[in-house]
Every structure is written in structure tokens, then in C-alpha cells.
Design a protein around this ligand. Structure first.
Ligand SMILES: Cc1cc2nc3c(=O)[nH]c(=O)nc-3n(C[C@H](O)[C@H](O)[C@H](O)COP(=O)(O)O)c2cc1C
Length: 265
């Protein structure tokens, strides 16, 4: 196990950009000059592959969906191989709970050839958050990013003091929690305010959206990630699905108390 590295690979699946933001905060604290981004969010990432040498560091992040690693993220992580590469594992969640996501991420990355040397959970704005029912709005905020940097500094100190790989303990249960049923929920487009600009289609991680003289969504491909909703410049892309609206109200009511990042070092 190496203890000094000049290159860090930020590896992430991040439809609404918060997991990426957290990783960038952590990278600041690591103080490593060479920062490489491996963004697994675009649909093109599915057909590329990467191999990270043992002498580099990987910082790997996923959002939490239903207490698990999202199905698409789990598939995309399989395109990145480690070679006994030290890895820092990060789960980013919408202020409710991480449940089994971190242990699942540890298992996936171990299977891919990485060695987890540190892990953390960070809080971010929930994908279903909106003005009427905000859930951790604006997070990660300045305070979170300060903590992300400080966590990066602690990882750096740990790496420098390490002579051999030490297995870390992460929370979660096995078998993992059952996944939530998927497939029947997808955002709608308000024709009156839609300018057919295509921003929604561009950010969709599964290419579920087609824009011609109207916007169509292949519901079986939609993962409810909400990237299209957040990217729409005119607010035309919205959640009208009753289940999602109910979930947002429940989350807003039950999970508005601020939660803080947790470190597993
Ligand atoms: C389908 C779906 C399921 C989610 N499930 C959870 C959850 O179980 N717990 C939680 O706290 N947040 C949950 N979230 C919120 C996301 O984890 C959170 O918004 C995260 O910051 C999104 O990351 P990203 O910006 O990198 O896409 C869920 C979001 C979506 C879209």
C-alpha cells in the first residue's frame, strides 16, 4: 500500500451535481496537485472503461437512492477498475438516511479492485426538493464544504501515516435493503413554458428524453434522478407525479432537521 500519491481520481455518478461538489471540496483538503475527473453520469460513460493504478488515489462518490447505491451508478462503477488502489468512499444523501448505501458502495468498489481506506456521508439538497417543500435546500453549503475540505485533510494525514492497508468499518446491513420499485414515475414538461432548448435531454444520464417539436420521456428509462428538472432554464420540467409530490411533502415534514456529515476513518 502506497502512502504518497501525486494524483487523485474523482470518480462519481452525480445527476444533480451535489456529489460532484462534495468531492471537489474533499479534493481541496487532500492538497494533491493532479486531479482527474471520471464523471460516470453522462450516458456515454456506460461504454468507456478506466483502470486506476495502485499508486494513485481514488475518491468515489454516489448519491443514495432508497437507502442504496442507484442501479445506474452501480452499473457505471463496474466500468472503473482498481489495482489494489486506495479509495475514499463517499455517499451523498438528501438529509433522510443512508441505510445500506455505504456498505454497498464498499462491496462494489472492493469487487472492482479498490481498497477502502476512508469513507464519509455528506448531506445535500434532496433531488425532490422544491420551493413548496424544501428538503436540505442549498446543501452542500459553505459549512458542508468547509467540512469536506477538513475531511480531505484528515484523509491526507491518514495516508501519510499509513504503512499498510487498514480495513475501515462502515455502517449498513446485509442483505441490503430491498430496492424501491422503479419505472412508473417521471417528470412532465409544461408545453407553455418549454422552449424546446434540449437542456433536459442533454443532462439525462439514461437518455430517456427526446426533444423534437415536443418533449417525450421514455418512462422505463427514467430513474427519477431529477437532473432534467434542475437543469430546465424556464422551470417547464416539473414533478406532477402524485407519489413524488407526496414523498417530497413527507421528507420536508419529517426530515427538515439539519443532519451533519459523518466520517469513517
Ligand atoms: C430516486 C431517489 C431516491 C432517493 N433516496 C434517498 C434516500 O433514501 N435517502 C436520502 O436521504 N436521500 C435520498 N435521495 C436524495 C439524494 O440522495 C440527494 O438529493 C443527492 O444529493 C443527489 O445527488 P446528486 O446531486 O449527486 O445527483 C433520493 C433521490 C432520488 C432521486
Amino acid at each position: 500500500m502506497i502512502v504518497k500519491t501525486s494524483k487523485v481520481n474523482l470518480i462519481y455518478y452525480s445527476p444533480t451535481g451535489t456529489s460532484k461538489k462534495v468531492l471537489e471540496g474533499i479534493a481541496k483538503g487532500l492538497g494533491i496537485k493532479g486531479v482527474m475527473h471520471i464523471d460516470l453520469t453522462p450516458v456515454e460513460a456506460a461504454t468507456k472503461s478506466h483502470s486506476i493504478p495502485a499508486g494513485e488515489l481514488a475518491v468515489i462518490a454516489t448519491p443514495v437512492y432508497g437507502g442504496r447505491v442507484p442501479v445506474v451508478a452501480a452499473q457505471r462503477f463496474k466500468t472503473v477498475k482498481g489495482n489494489g488502489t486506495p479509495a475514499v468512499l463517499i455517499v451523498v444523501y438528501g438529509n433522510r438516511a443512508i441505510e445500506d448505501a455505504l456498505i454497498e458502495l464498499r462491496d462494489i468498489t472492493t469487487e472492482q479492485g479498490f481498497k477502502a481506506i476512508a469513507a464519509a456521508s455528506f448531506v445535500a439538497e434532496h433531488s425532490f426538493s422544491n420551493e413548496a417543500t424544501p428538503i436540505a435546500p442549498g446543501r452542500p453549503d459553505a459549512e458542508d464544504l468547509k467540512k469536506a475540505k477538513s475531511f480531505g485533510e484528515q484523509v491526507k494525514a491518514k495516508l501519510e501515516g499509513m504503512t499498510k492497508s487498514i480495513e475501515i468499518k462502515v455502517p449498513g446491513n446485509k442483505p441490503y435493503k430491498e430496492r424501491n420499485p422503479s419505472g412508473s414515475r417521471f417528470p412532465e414538461t409544461t408545453a407553455d413554458t418549454c422552449t424546446l432548448c434540449g437542456a433536459c435531454a442533454e443532462v439525462c444520464p439514461t437518455r430517456a428524453i427526446t426533444v423534437t417539436d415536443k418533449v417525450e420521456t421514455a418512462k422505463e428509462k427514467c430513474t427519477a434522478c431529477s437532473a432534467c428538472v434542475k437543469a430546465c432554464p424556464t422551470g417547464a420540467r416539473v414533478w406532477t407525479n402524485e407519489g413524488v409530490k407526496k414523498a417530497a411533502t413527507w421528507l420536508h415534514t419529517e426530515y427538515s432537521k439539519r443532519r451533519e456529515p459523518e466520517y469513517f476513518l
